[in-house]
Ligand binder design. Sequence first.
Ligand SMILES: NC(=O)c1ccc[n+]([C@@H]2O[C@H](COP(=O)([O-])OP(=O)(O)OC[C@H]3O[C@@H](n4cnc5c(N)ncnc54)[C@H](O)[C@@H]3O)[C@@H](O)[C@H]2O)c1
Length: 352
Amino acid sequence: MRIIQIGAGFWGGGWASVIKNSPWTELVALVDLNEQTLHTVGDQVGLPKERRFTSLTEALKVVDAHAALVVVPPPAHETVAIQALEAGLHCMIEKPFAPTLSAANKVVEVAEKVNRFVMVTQSFRFRRGPRTVKRLIEEGAVGKIEAIYGRFRKAPPFDGFRAEMEEPLIVDMSIHHFDYIRGIFGIEPDYVRARSFNSSWTWFKGNASAFVEFETKDGTMISYTGSWTSRRPHTGWDGAWEIHGTHASILWDNNRVLLYPQGNIIGETVFRARTLEKDNDILEVPLEAVDEEERWGTVKEFVTAIKENRQPETHGKDNLRSMGLVLAAVESTKNGGNQIDFNEFYNKNIKL
Ligand SMILES: NC(=O)c1ccc[n+]([C@@H]2O[C@H](COP(=O)([O-])OP(=O)(O)OC[C@H]3O[C@@H](n4cnc5c(N)ncnc54)[C@H](O)[C@@H]3O)[C@@H](O)[C@H]2O)c1
């Protein structure tokens, strides 16, 4: 698949190398407003100078492509993606999809109109830890999930657009974790409450720590705490999760997945396939063998889906609800942690 990549900054540099080196894609052009960035990354991946452009408009005049990869800061996603779609390209767009639900929905609507696919690159979903947890839940190992406790702690030295955002943690980071709630744990929250705050030593203008709660109408409770200015100990990028169900609980932390069965302990520990008995009745679940992880898995899914003429996992329309959870949490922080009725919020904001 011939791809034009727009954005060659911090994350785009790595992306260019994935697109250049993956067996399914060809990097046919690189676009960045900043010439220095453009040429640094262009040189790194060995892209000829005539394939480097400072605007998508210029690239589209010269290059023949099947798809675009949008890796510019979130406020520019909508404009760049719509330009690419209207030029007939399928689109991969970095998370977070767009700053508002209506902007993200506009991209989905244009894609439907021009009959092209849009995927939001929720690359975390394509890691072996979440794949393993997803399989266990789908197999019914946990039973009905009643409580989830999630924790995320890091202290990345980000500057640039993240340092200026109002809610950098919730919007730029927790989108991955809120997308896990839907795409990995299979829960669609009905209510959202959130508080956000900053440490005295923060290097972000906006709040880089948050307490967020989700709830479903049938009583599943989710508690999530996150920080981008955390003192140690830190978690992995996936965060650390306890998932408690009627049948068992899962502890997922640092790429280790443990299953704690309830009830028929002997039956469970002896007969559950693909698990190792540890510490009496605790089962360690070896991580799913995933051929292509993270961004590589994302690209493979995008290319395969288009070949099969189906929506890719994490397609734009599906991502609207993950993005909605993020924006509902932000809305709640503005009102002292008030409960947001998610469906009401979603239906109202998608049309604004
Ligand atoms: N999936 C992940 O884990 C992950 C990790 C990091 C970043 N990201 C996402 O990737 C995106 C980019 O982040 P980044 O850290 O690379 O940002 P960045 O600021 O480092 O780079 C963005 C680049 O886009 C260029 N740009 C801006 N507007 C443009 C336009 N209209 N046309 C062409 N070029 C334009 C800028 O000159 C800059 O070089 C964001 O959406 C971010 O959230 C995702």
